[in-house]
Design a protein around this ligand. Structure first.
Ligand code: HEM
Length: 438
């Protein structure tokens, strides 16, 4: 598709339409072509849509750079955590020593060899949950309730899977898993809009913190090999985490690692089932599931935007950004930039212009091969990137065995969408109904 010769009119209201919620890509394309750093007057922000400009903004968001992620007011007028039901977490920090310490003291648990020690938790949780829905499907078939295997992958598996993995890693008693999941659901609902939701999420946060108090005390007295024991004993530069910091981090783990990972699994299957030849290739060579994860994050990953703020008047993509202005890095658009990816609107796990190697915090972009932007880049690069990949790839590979001859059930589905108004969460499927042979 070539761009029209005459500049189209871009209305800020286009970001808020029902069509955009489902398919934002035509608007992204128009902006990339005609006003790549777009002044959105409705939401009072600059939307950055080209891969190169997003890359540039990330590189200039290091300490002393032109942009920051800090949402709090460095002069102290903003109370840290006051606008999030999560309370103060690393997500509100900018760059620099405080952020480096808060991230550094826990980040090692989620990558490399330490991550490998958690694989039995991931595998065990996936096997148990997948086993459960396949038994239910077999019983429905035997009882004449269904003529074939059926599952809504979202409600019967993916939505709950990452939360139960986190509960297992934290070392919570199994009988508490449902309670923990319930707290997560209320907390999560508060990530939408409206004071009522915010208040009930704050209550859930308080309940979670209260629930954790005796567990932290027990692990401090008698550490085991679970994640809470690692947190209470971790030390960096002679300092340890306070109970409040650990509780805030557990809350963040739930919210940052739950919805994103569940939607990653759903999107992998949605894309595979709509591309039968790629599904067959993965079936024949399950190690290709890693590629499915990577291409899924490029094609339509869960996080389309990351927020930054200009620390001084500066130029980005040929546009002057005033000091203090809000800048939305549109990862969803950068990942579809035809200046970087050939035929970007096609899902293709065999594409040669995408970097399929292990994610790099500083990104990869040379010789016509570029990283996806789905985990961000640089200082705030997703801390759970390797864990999310392991969860999604392990679970999806197990699903390959159980879902024999899978096909999308013939029910209406808008596909991968931004959450409906008032509902929190990242972009993804709301349900995914699959039929399969037993
Ligand atoms: C496919 C799943 C996931 C996606 C797409 C995703 C995406 C992202 C993105 C785009 C950022 C960058 C934020 C920014 O630039 O401001 C981020 C940060 C973060 N993610 Fe993830 N994430 C995923 C899974 C996880 C998991 C499983 C965890 C927990 C282990 C996690 C924990 C975090 C944390 C703590 C940060 C903040 C890092 C910092 O500010 O230094 N994420 N994630």
């Amino acid at each position: 598709m070539t761009a029209p010769a005459e500049a189209p009119i871009i209305e800020p209201g286009e970001f808020l339409t029902a069509e955009h919620r489902i398919d934002p890509f035509p608007l992204y394309r128009k902006i990339r072509d005609w006003e790549p750093v777009y002044r959105d007057q409705f939401q009072n922000r600059f939307v950055v849509t080209r891969y190169a400009d997003i890359w540039d903004a990330y590189k200039r968001s290091r300490e002393g750079g032109d942009f920051t992620r800090a949402v709090y007011d460095p002069k102290g007028r903003y109370e840290f955590g006051s606008e999030s039901p999560l309370g103060p977490t690393i997500l509100e920090m900018g760059e620099g020593a405080e952020h480096r310490w808060s991230r550094g003291i826990v980040a090692g648990e989620f990558v490399g060899r330490k991550l490998l020690t958690w694989l039995p938790v991931i595998e065990g949780t996936a096997a148990e949950m997948i086993g459960r829905f396949s038994v239910e499907a077999a019983e429905s078939l035997a009882g004449g309730l269904a003529g074939r295997g059926e599952v809504d992958l979202v409600s019967q598996f993916s939505q709950r899977f990452p939360i139960r993995v986190i509960a297992g890693m934290l070392g919570l008693p199994r009988e508490d898993f449902d309670y923990f999941e319930g707290i997560y659901n209320t907390l999560f609902a508060g990530m939408g809009y409206g004071r009522a939701y915010f208040r009930s999420a704050e209550q859930a946060k308080i309940a979670l913190h209260d629930y954790l108090t005796p567990i932290l005390a027990a692990r401090r007295a008698d550490p085991t090999d679970d994640l809470i024991s690692k947190f209470v004993t971790a030390e960096m530069s002679g300092e340890m985490m306070t109970d409040d910091q650990i509780k805030a981090f557990v809350t963040l783990l739930l919210v940052g690692g739950g919805d994103t990972t569940h939607k990653a699994i759903d999107a992998m299957w949605w894309n595979l089932l709509r591309h039968p030849e790629q599904y067959e290739a993965v079936r024949a060579r399950p190690e290709l599931m890693d590629r499915v994860f990577t291409e899924m994050l490029r094609f339509d990953g869960s996080n389309h935007y990351q927020q930054r703020r200009a620390l001084r008047e500066t130029e980005l993509g040929g546009r002057i950004i005033p000091m203090g202005a809000s800048v939305a890095l549109c990862l969803g658009s950068g990942n579809r930039d035809e200046r970087v990816f050939r035929d970007p609107a096609t899902f293709n796990i065999f594409r040669e212009d995408l970097y399929f190697g292990k994610e790099l915090r500083t990104g990869y972009w040379k010789d016509g091969v570029a990283s996806h932007l789905g985990f961000g880049q640089e200082r705030h690069f997703c801390m759970g990137y390797a864990m999310a990949r392991q969860e999604a790839v392990i679970a999806s590979t197990m699903l390959l065995d159980v879902l024999k001859n899978p096909r999308l059930k013939d029910v209406p589905n808008d596909g991968i969408v931004f959450p409906p108004p008032g509902k929190g969460g990242v972009r993804g499927l709301l349900h995914l109904d699959i039929e399969f042979d037993l």
